[in-house]
Each structure stands twice: as structure tokens, then as C-alpha cells.
Design a binder for this molecule. Structure first.
Ligand code: MF3
Ligand code: CO
Length: 283
């Protein structure tokens, strides 16, 4: 059974953290269960997983080129991951057939690598990789501009989406709420004339691929789950140039595209909540 509330450890005095969390709980706020607070050993494991995950994205940064297929890139990701003693978390995850998600232009996320899709100059491409090392999960994605240049409109979308992630990270302070992060991201996206995808969100991560809480990239301050030191979660805003509505492919069961066909961008990090702010575990 997952306890949806905070309780004291049997036979141990209440800590400062216990008192803070229980005060929020008494006021009716959604608080984490103890299971979501990682132990120092778990944090160390997730940190090591994150180092490999970052190594993959750095390798992709060097290797990604126009004329490549997304399957070729996925193969490089598989090889790098297994060469480092790790497992690509997407592979066979709920039937997903590849080691990464590669999402081009109007593809919002969960693009399936294949040998028919060639990277073309001016494409904006999200490469999303997730790593399991010794049972610990990490998750991050970056945008790449094929050929180094795209239209000013697509370039601005990529840049503002990165700003959205960074604003979300800066907003994530101990004892803030998931809704505080979502609100900050949504404000920045909309101020720039963009929209926030609502059907997919960030998530707790570390002991499994997807854990509580759901980290929505829109919302209202002081809503959603309280975030406390020791929690590990992703922020991964998907920002659309046009309308926020998305389409889920019925053919392959995975690919998510914008309804209006306009481009979408995404950046993602895995974060550890600390006593003072967040530490990026996928930097
Ligand atoms: N990496 C995605 C995320 O950020 C999850 C992809 S699930 C997969 O949560 F099966 F498509 F890989
Ligand atoms: Co994720």
C-alpha cells in the first residue's frame, strides 16, 4: 500500500522536516509519502546514472548530423549506454521499441527512431534519453538544430523552451509546490505567445522510470504536491508554437504531434531537491 500522507517514523522523535510537512498536511495540502524521499545511497545511485545519461547527450551533441536517420542515432545511444554498463530505460518500456525518443519539428514527444526518417537541415530535434544504472533511473533531453541553423521562429521556440525549463528549475525551492513551477513555466511560455502541452508532464524518478508526483508545466501557485528535500523529479516542458492541443498516434501507439502541425520544443533535466534549491543530476 502506498501511504498518501506523511507519518512519523515509529519510535523516532519528529524532525524539523516532519514538523514542516505535517503542518502543510494539516492545512489540507498534498504532501509526499515517505517513499518519495530518497536515501543518501539512492541519491548516489541516481547521480551515477545521471552521469551516464549526460554522457549520452554529450555524445549525441557531437554525433548528430544531417542525413543521418533517427535509427542510426538510436543505435549510437544504445551502444554508448550498454558500453557503460547501463540499460536504456525506454527500451521495451510499456512496449516502446527503441533506446531513445527522437521528436522532430511538430512531433511533441515520444517519436520512435526509424530508418526512414532522415535528419534535415533546419530541423529542430528533441533527443530524450533515460538511463538505468544498477537499478537507478535518470532522464533528460535536449534540443538540437540540424546544420546549426533554422528559421528565426523555430530558433526562438527552442530558446524560450530552454528558458521555461530554467525558470522552472529556479522556482523549485524546498517546500514549494509543483503548481508553483507549472505557473512560472506557463507564464513565461504564454508571455512569448506560446502554449504549454498539458497531456504529458514531468514526474518523480530514480527508483523507477515514472514515480509520483506528476510535475505539470502549467498550473496555479500553491497547488499540486509539496516538494521537500530528498525528492528527485524531472521538469520537461513541452512548448508549442501554436495551440496546445496534441494528437496521439493510433498507428504506432506512441508518437505525439501538435494538432495544428506547428513546431513544438522540449528540454528536460532530472533534479534533486536539496535544503537550499535543486541540484541538476543530468548536467
Ligand atoms: N523519456 C520520457 C520522459 O521524459 C518517457 C518516454 S517513455 C518511452 O518521461 F517509452 F517512450 F520511452
Ligand atoms: Co521524463
Amino acid at each position: 500500500m502506498i501511504r498518501k500522507f506523511w507519518s512519523l517514523k515509529k519510535g523516532e522523535p519528529a524532525t524539523e522536516m516532519d514538523r514542516k510537512i505535517m503542518a502543510f498536511q494539516k492545512q489540507g495540502y498534498k504532501v509526499p509519502s515517505r517513499k518519495l524521499i530518497k536515501t543518501p545511497e539512492q541519491i548516489e545511485g541516481i547521480r551515477r546514472s545521471g552521469v551516464i545519461n549526460t554522457g549520452i547527450l554529450d555524445m549525441v551533441t557531437t554525433e548528430i548530423k544531417e542525413g543521418m536517420t533517427t535509427a542510426q542515432l538510436d543505435k549510437l545511444i544504445y551502444d554508448y549506454t550498454t558500453d557503460h554498463g547501463a540499460i536504456p530505460a525506454p527500451l521495451n518500456y510499456e512496449g516502446f521499441p527503441c533506446s531513445s525518443c527522437i521528436s522532430i519539428n511538430e512531433v511533441v514527444c515520444h517519436g520512435i527512431p526509424n530508418d526512414k526518417t532522415f535528419l534535415r537541415p533546419g530541423d529542430i530535434v528533441n533527443v530524450d534519453v533515460s538511463t538505468i544504472l544498477d537499478g537507478f533511473f535518470s532522464d533528460a533531453s535536449r534540443m538540437f538544430i540540424i546544420g546549426g541553423e533554422t528559421t528565426p521562429e523555430k530558433q526562438r521556440l527552442v530558446d524560450v523552451t530552454k528558458e521555461c525549463l530554467n525558470i522552472g528549475i529556479q522556482t523549485a525551492k524546498p517546500y514549494c509546490f509543483v503548481g508553483d513551477i507549472g505557473f512560472a513555466i506557463q507564464c513565461h511560455a504564454q508571455k512569448n505567445g506560446y502554449s504549454v502541452v498539458r497531456e504529458l508532464c514531468g514526474h518523480g524518478v530514480g527508483n523507477a522510470f515514472h514515480e509520483e508526483p506528476e510535475v505539470t508545466h502549467y498550473g496555479r501557485p500553491k497547488t499540486g504536491m509539496l516538494l521537500v528535500p530528498g525528492m528527485v523529479f524531472t521538469i520537461e516542458p513541452m512548448i508549442n508554437m501554436g495551440k496546445r492541443e496534441v494528437h496521439f498516434s493510433r498507428e504506432d501507439g506512441w508518437t505525439v504531434t501538435t494538432r495544428d502541425g506547428l513546431p513544438s520544443a522540449q528540454w528536460e533535466h532530472t533534479l534533486l531537491m536539496t535544503e537550499t534549491g535543486t541540484e541538476i543530476l543530468t548536467y
